[in-house]
Design a protein around this ligand. Structure first.
Ligand SMILES: Nc1ncnc2c1ncn2[C@@H]1O[C@H](COP(=O)(O)OP(=O)(O)OP(=O)(O)O)[C@@H](O)[C@H]1O
Length: 707
């Protein structure tokens, strides 16, 4: 393999490539102009019958136009595959020689968008096209027809600065394990200055197989920190939209679920950079929430409320609502009165309750059945029934009042409020399912009188959603990508599963990073609750983010927090990347400030992860010391507005920083039941350097000698 070419403008090859890049950019601009100018609104009939179709066409045009822009300083292509002449492009002898159809080779440029020239010939091929798969997967062992792979290096202004050639056939195709490594390492180590970037130029073979896996069955990826799960999930969405766009649209679109707003803000630019602008990015609370979250549960109540037994408690409570009447129903019609005794009405009710119907359908069916009973009486009495009699009977005041009493209308919020504020009612519904202690744990605090005044938690939301679904079906999506799925409670899994009845899921996570009290310790359990027991389970174990020295250190916690899970391997070695400073209480603030000042001398981001309770105090200390800093979670752009960010440990999941300072690990570990899992998350956020500052003893698993 040749070394990356130095950025010399004199290099004729580099000059040729730059010229081609400029041509490709101009061609992309023309394609954009074509979309926005050629297809004017007049092209679409303005006939009223076509209003809806026209709107769809305009939206589609807008989407295509958006997909052709927004590249900013992003390189238009990042790689090239050379095939033997004529292997890819058909050509006649008189065809001109071009960049892509050289005399010696057919060249396929791989990029973020498909770009063609004015004659329709491809200049750059979309990375998602089948022909592009070889860019990620071919190697000397299996060249897949490729003679040479070229990778490009770019400046921040998206100008080509280097290229790296890798012959895949012939004598030059030595089995060079380092092929592509230098650009990969450079890409990973490029200082973080903003939100997450796409990895389309350097997707690794094991990642590519997951990105391009078919939409069904559901795919579940277990991966250690920094193995690229989030990146894989996002690129997979772009891939599935490329291959199955129409079907996904018809089925309700694609949703990505992340653990919190900070995380979603962090990943928000990846899909647009890949040309996909219409994907919903939600937290689970946003997906299912019918009331704002105002409270955090205690560990025990979160565990019980997240347990799948709660689904049965809610089902029972809902179906306890229909009540047999106490009085005879009397229906007046003209001068006649028809009576239906209470026990006969009770039979009608019982029959209906024994059927598998949505609760919300009950009143309609009940009024129909009662009307029939009255109708039969009328007919048996020899009275002729008019064609509209049945409908009249259903609307009869006495009938509608009886239906209202027998089958009360259910509102999910009121139902859960009633259940969780009335110990007797809860005891009836939870009999044999929850212990008395568990019943006590799930009661709402205070005495809220209405859903509005209740202090709902995220766990309550899943209960409300469960109730809502028993009343009527929710809207569904075509595909849901769930990131950090290890934290889902069974009740949250059920809520997601209901929204995916026709579609499939991509489930991403790491059991070792599970911090929620109701989290499962095996993927099989999660998949069962998601209604996807046949999902394909894949493992990613090459860590790209965290240097080996840091990941090895953090992995000391694994035997305790995730026994049975193998330690990941860090693909990058960075001697000196780990620092541990023990200090006394007086020196603590100085030591943290000093670690940050040191880190800020280099380029890139610095995240200081602390126990949640300590973040604000640390932020003040930084202010006193004249260090500008933000607090993660305080605003959408908190991670970008400052190079130095205080990160409450519960918001660290999924994020990364060039340097991470973990301040007082013991307090992070002590703050919650799964505190060691949380600490493992905190220790694995660093791309280049991890600095631990502590006054209290380190957890035993970390205190052992390091290499
Ligand atoms: N093939 C790759 N090329 C370049 N960068 C990569 C590649 N794979 C992963 N990365 C980078 O490694 C970092 C970690 O990736 P990502 O956040 O997707 O990992 P993760 O498995 O979701 O981590 P965690 O479990 O800690 O949230 C990111 O900066 C990502 O861009």
């Amino acid at each position: 393999m040749s070394q990356p070419t130095p950025p010399s403008a004199e290099d004729p090859e580099l000059r040729t490539e730059r010229t081609f890049l400029a041509e490709a950019r101009a061609a992309l601009q023309s394609m954009h102009t074509d979309v926005v100018t050629t297809e004017t609104v007049q092209d679409y009939s303005e006939d009223a019958d076509y209003t809806f179709t026209n709107r769809l066409l305009r939206m589609d045009r807008q989407r295509r136009a958006d997909a052709l822009t927004g590249l900013g300083d992003t390189p238009l292509f990042f790689g090239r595959l050379d095939y033997p002449c004529g292997a890819v492009f058909e050509r006649a002898p008189e065809d001109p020689v071009t960049h892509t159809r050289d005399r010696e080779a057919d060249r396929v440029y791989i990029g973020r968008r498909h770009v063609h020239d004015s004659a329709g010939s491809p200049l750059v091929v979309d990375w998602r096209a089948p022909v592009s798969a070889a860019f990620y997967r071919a190697g000397p062992d299996d060249p897949q027809g490729v003679v040479l792979r070229r990778r490009y290096g770019f400046s921040d202004e998206a100008e080509i600065t280097a290229y790296e050639d890798e012959p895949l056939t012939g004598a030059a195709a030595a089995d060079d394990g380092d092929a592509g490594r230098s650009l990969l390492a450079a890409e990973i180590e490029r200082p973080r200055t903003g939100p997450m970037r796409d990895i389309v130029a350097t997707i690794q073979p094991e990642q590519d197989h997951l990105v391009r896996a078919p939409m069904r069955p559901t795919l579940c990826v277990q991966g250690a920190p920094g193995t690229g799960k989030t990146a894989v999930g996002l690129h997979r969405i772009a891939y599935l939209l490329y291959t199955e766009r129409e079907r996904l649209r018809q089925d309700g679109g694609v949703v990505i679920l992340g653990p919190n707003r900070s995380f979603l803000s962090y990943i928000r630019r990846v899909l647009p950079a890949l040309g996909e602008v219409g994907v919903r990015q939600n937290t689970i609370e946003e997906l299912i929430g019918r009331a704002p979250v105002r409270r955090t549960e205690s560990t025990e109540s979160e565990r019980v409320k997240g347990d799948a037994r709660m689904a049965e408690v809610i089902r029972r409570d809902l179906w306890n609502q229909p009540r047999p009447p106490e009085e005879t129903l009397i229906v007046e019609r003209g001068s006649r009165r028809w009576r239906v005794p209470a026990d006969e009405l009770a039979e009608v009710l019982d029959e209906l309750r024994s059927r598998d119907i949505a609760y919300g359908a009950g009143p309609n069916l009940l009024s129909q059945r009662i009307a029939h009973v009255v109708m039969r009486r009328i007919e048996n009495d020899g009275e002729a029934a008019e064609p509209g009699t049945l409908a009249q009977l259903r609307r009869n005041k006495a009938v509608t009042a009886a239906v209202r009493r027998m089958w009360p209308k259910a509102d999910p919020l009121k139902l859960v409020l009633g259940l969780l504020t009335d110990p007797d009612r809860l005891a009836r519904a939870a009999d044999g399912l929850l212990t008395p202690e568990e019943q006590k744990a799930v009661l709402l605090p205070g005495k809220p009188r209405s859903p509005k005044s209740a202090q709902w938690s995220a766990a309550d939301q899943a209960l409300i959603d469960e109730a809502a679904t028993l009343i009527e079906r929710p809207d569904t999506c075509g595909h849901i990508v769930v990131d950090e799925a290890q934290d889902l409670s069974p009740m949250h899994c059920r809520a997601i599963s209901r929204r995916c009845t026709r579609g499939s899921l991509t489930v991403l996570g790491d059991i070792a990073q599970a911090t929620s009290p109701a989290a499962a310790d095996r993927w099989e359990q999660v998949l069962q609750h998601l209604g996807q027991p046949d999902a394909h389970l894949a493992v990613l174990d090459r860590g790209f983010r965290v240097p080996a020295q840091i990941i090895d250190y953090a992995a000391g916690l694994l035997p305790e927090i995730a026994p049975g899970l193998d330690a990941p391997t860090g693909v990058r070695s960075a001697p000196g990347s780990l620092h541990v400073t023990g200090t006394d209480g007086d020196g603590y603030a100085d030591a943290v400030v000093q670690a940050c000042r040191e880190a800020l001398k280099d380029e890139g981001s610095v995240g200081v992860v602390t126990a949640d309770a300590d973040a604000a105090a640390l932020h003040r200390i930084f202010g006193d010391e004249g260090l500008d800093s933000g607090i993660a979670g305080e605003s959408d752009d908190a991670l970008e507005a400052n190079r130095l960010v205080c990160v409450p440990a519960t918001l660290a999941k999924g994020l990364e920083f060039d340097t991470v300072v973990v301040a007082e690990p013991a307090r992070i570990a002590a703050a919650e039941a799964r505190g060691l899992h949380r600490l493992y998350v905190a220790l694995t956020r660093a791309v280049s350097t991890l600095h631990i500052v502590h006054t209290e003893p380190l957890p035993a698993a970390l205190a052992r000698p390091r290499r």
